[in-house]
Structures are given as C-alpha cells and as structure tokens.
Write a protein of this length. Structure first.
Length: 98
C-alpha cells in the first residue's frame, strides 16, 4: 500500500505466516526496502490501504487456515490493533486512504 515513491508491504507467507513489514523509499538512486515494525498478528492474504505512514492491514489468513477479522493501523513506526472487520475473510482488496 502507498505510492510509487513511499510504500509498505506487510504480512505474507514464506515457510510460515509472516508479521514482517517492509518500507519502500524511492528517494535513493535505485530505491530501497527497509525493515519496519512487525504486525501484531502474523498472516497472509491480507488487504492493505493508505500510505506508508498511515496504513491499514485487514483480514487475511492466520494459522491453521483460520480466516481473520483483525484490523491494524500503522503510523510509520508501529502497528496498533483497531476495530476488527465484522466478518473474518481472505482475498480482500484495499484501496483509498486509511
């Protein structure tokens, strides 16, 4: 989520669900990814919306293929749990601002 010059990528799956956050900064010759604060809940197939410094991550798939309703807000420094979705689900799309 974000713009072509400043974005974040959060969650995902490698060998297990991830809580990782990566921040994109294109203000360098080739752009760079830097490690940001971890989500409170590791998950994959998560939707996101907003900007790098004010983003939402919502829904997704947790451990044991459980669908999640978790919603977290990122302020550019840390993730905070906020009001959850009414219905837990995966494969969501996010758009707009937070």
């Amino acid at each position: 989520t974000g713009t072509s010059t400043t974005s974040i990528a959060m969650g995902g799956y490698d060998t297990a669900n991830s809580a990782a956050t990566e921040e994109w900064n294109a203000n360098f010759a080739y752009g760079v990814w830097a490690t940001g604060a971890s989500l409170n809940t590791a998950r994959r197939q998560t939707a996101g919306a907003g900007t790098r410094d004010l983003a939402l991550a919502f829904g997704g798939e947790g451990s044991s293929t459980a669908f999640l309703a978790n919603t977290e807000l990122y302020n550019g420094t840390a993730w905070a749990e906020v009001n959850d979705l009414n219905t837990a689900r995966i494969f969501l799309e996010g758009a707009g601002t937070s």
